[in-house]
Design a protein around this ligand. Sequence first.
Ligand code: M6R
Length: 606
Amino acid sequence: MCGIIGFIGNDALANILNGLELLEYRGYDSAGLAVRRNDEGESEIYKCQGRVSDLRKLVPSSNADFNCGIGHTRWATHGGVCDANAHPHRVGKVTLVHNGIIENYADLKEEYELEDYLVSETDTEVVAALLNKFYDGTNPKKAIKRTVKKLKGTYAFVIMFADRPNTIYAVRNVSPIVVATTEDNIILSSDPAALYKYTKEYFVLDEGTILTATKDGYTVENFDEEPVDVKMTVVDWEVSSLDKGGFPYYMAKEIFEQPSCIRRILSTYLTNDDINLGFDGKLDEALTRFNRICIVACGTALHAGLVGAHLFKKWAGMNVDVEMASEFIYSDTIVDENTLFIAVSQSGETIDTLEAMNKAKRAGALCVAVLNVRGSSISRVADYTLYTDAGPEIAVASTKAYTTQSLVFYLLALKTGMVRNRLSKEDLAKALSNLRLVPDAISAVLEQKDSIHRLAKEVITASDLFMIGRGLDYVVLMEGALKLKEISYIHSEAYASGELKHGPIALISENTPVIAAVTQEKLISKALSNVKEIKARGANVVLLAKNEFKNDFDSEYHVIGLPDLDDEYMTFPEIVALQIYSYYVSADKGLDVDKPRNLAKVVTVE
Ligand code: M6R
């Protein structure tokens, strides 16, 4: 939540604005920046409630001589959404932007009598005032150190001092800062999305260190003033991953990227007849040892974990706990040295998931992370990280993150089944040939986008929509319902079909829209009985079914036919159909598909 940026180099204003646009998915309540001209005077601050596009209207049009600056795009926590609460905040000589939450800001305000310096309601401005109080004009790093030692909470600060031209300082705790350099520029950012335009190489600033960036380079030192080495991360994503590639929204582009993302993972992890998770076989060996599995994540990543749980049960014969990270942190779930703990996260920065992994690590569990962003915070805690390498996911609604995370679970569960002698070579061969069919199966669904669009049009005025299914269908529908509600604002819930009669069926009346999935052949007759029960009560049903059965249902229902894969692999075409459906509902309602209200892509506050 919140995107922050620092830039030293020519054309700083334009570069900061462009960077903020790339970070806007982290929060879009307000945007602001502070830029200064070649060695002269104090920086100029521009900020406003709203989007970066609103900020663009405020900044001077002749702007080429700014060469240093900081910027911020906000997801509001402390203080409402208004111009005054937008960052940067300036008190005296200090101008800064912040991502995180300072829990003891009220105490600090009182203890150091800072009230008179404040014009906003933010926790951030209190820190600016405290830093200004501690800064005596001699040593900025000393003042920063003294300030952050007083703070409780999470923070990434990028800071400028009025009397230090061409210099930016940065310090962080939990909230991330990544740093990249080119021949002409230094760029600091909350996440790598704002860096790829310049370079594919960056480093993550370590906690407990202070970065000083000038036009001549940078230094990183710890709080004892000793230099600290940085570890570079390199990605191989194309810069074109950052544009919409001709699609009206990133979400559409990301939905359509899924066949190639899946192919990429398969080529990374599959050999001819085996799964190679890497790590010189150490992870394989570890998979034989534990007796419990605990999967923890949030939102879409949690739903991928639920798919994973099904597969571990089926192929490895293991019972699995799947918990929301926010609940796990404060729960009494048993996690110990016999536990395989798996955290799933696209960003690798979700604070609850990170804290959950820290807790599991302390308890001695083997910690595996399934992540998309290399070098992210969770990867730094995990014993083993399996990357999905899906490229930047910019739309707030996750699509390719889900299918790639799910795919990694297929590989992990199959490998676990193999090393624990639950699966034979023949079982594995069959599974791998099914997995190799997935990219084309997804493409086949993408080709049906127009017919799915026609069905989506029918619900744009609906206030509720229910999704029902059994087994893996139910798990996928949970993700489908999340997709629909978060971008269309239609209240949508998934129910296990067998549970309907225990309460939810009371919600069904004439024309209630329901999406029913019946892709699991061993459950099909039971699932269909449940569909008939709601149809008898007036529900308007869209059926998701294998093509093989489409003709049987066509006369009675609107059917979205899905490619015929073995049951376990139907999760992929099924979710893609629901992603397309949700996308069109949102787009046809005229909503901002990529930036749904109240949400942010990276959730770094509990
Ligand atoms: O970055 P993460 O995967 O840890 O994010 C977790 C959730 O916030 C995320 O999956 C969220 O639910 C989706 N963006 C919703 O589409």
